[in-house]
Design a protein around this ligand. Sequence first.
Ligand SMILES: C[S@@+](CC[C@H](N)C(=O)[O-])C[C@H]1O[C@@H](n2cnc3c(N)ncnc32)[C@H](O)[C@@H]1O
Length: 223
Amino acid sequence: MREGLVTATLVSVYDRVAARYDLQHGLLTAHSDQRGRRLVVAKAVREADTILDCGAGTGSSALLAARRAGARGRVTLFDLSRAMLHVARERAEAASGTAPMTFGVGDLLHLPFADGTFDVALSTYSLCPVSDPVRGALEMFRVVKPGGRIGIAHSAEPRGALRRWLADKVESLVWRFPSISLGCRSVAVLPALKQAGARLRFEAHIGIPLWPFAVFVLEKPAA
Ligand SMILES: C[S@@+](CC[C@H](N)C(=O)[O-])C[C@H]1O[C@@H](n2cnc3c(N)ncnc32)[C@H](O)[C@@H]1O
């Protein structure tokens, strides 16, 4: 598995692409990215939930979650990149009928929240670029309340040796240009979450055959 980019590089890449991120990510994923966000939010979020969106970026998932949670909910958007969060804030200000949204800048590998703070933690495509995706997923598990949910979408390895070989060749090429690859690569965090005690409640595989996404929702057992 490819090593991630260092944090300072990620910040500068995402700060630079923020204004075009939604368009670029949509095109690169043949627009299956939004399907993954919708699935994660539909399966993980309930009315009045308190939600943490880790690596919230321009706020696409957070906005879906804020609509679903409604006025009695609350959504915290957390990201390394101020420029990505600036776009998210503008979108949040233009939205109506949503849960209140707050914004925090920082590293999802060291979440500045106490254990068991949120009903739900979300990550859509934000574990793909981090240096230690498993650590990020376990941080999400830590800050969710017992009985709460973790909703994740991330790039996954294509099925079949030929597809994997081809995807690896293309990824190697794209990887040379961080502003195109966005530091994203396929990762695997589900086994570590299950080992930590999380129970799988929903799983789907979506996307195009060469660049599939794993989408899943887990529940933290009630204490
Ligand atoms: C591919 S984008 C996904 C954004 C959004 N969740 C979405 O669905 O489009 C990855 C996001 O993760 C953020 N990110 C990368 N590494 C991070 C880290 N260690 N801590 C917090 N955010 C991080 C980036 O700044 C970027 O906004």
